[in-house]
Write a new protein. Structure first.
Length: 125
């Protein structure tokens, strides 16, 4: 009998992405400077770090998580769900948007402060 899939909690997601970003300390982008789930150098963005390696495919690129705030379904949502991230939950999408903004919009030097503030705001820390 198959066991039910255990979804990551919001705190689990925050901790996983924070650890990833603060270890990588580099933006995942293509040669044109556009953010990517996975870069040619093997870097991963906040959202890309949550997609299991065996589920990643280049077709997932090009649409940021913000697109999915009001979308009902899509390849990225399915890949996240299969990676134990319930991106169909509006609260999880909101958290993913905040984590994506840290990666996409802030200087790497600001990440520790911004992630700490985000964790405090959500009462994860």
């Amino acid at each position: 009998m198959l066991s039910p899939i255990t979804m990551l909690t919001a705190k689990d997601i925050f901790e996983r992405v924070s650890t990833h970003l603060l270890t990588q300390l580099a933006v995942s982008e293509d040669d044109n400077g556009s953010c990517r789930l996975r870069s040619p150098e093997g870097r991963k963005c906040a959202i890309g770090s949550l997609v299991r390696d065996d589920l990643y495919e280049p077709a997932l690129e090009g649409v940021g998580i913000s697109y999915y705030r009001h979308a009902q379904d899509g390849k990225l949502l399915r890949a996240l769900y299969a990676s134990n991230v319930n991106a169909y939950d509006p609260n999880i999408i909101d958290l993913l948007l905040e984590l994506e903004q840290v990666h996409d919009d802030a200087d790497v030097e600001e990440w520790p402060h911004l992630l700490a503030a985000l964790g405090k705001r959500h009462e994860f820390v």
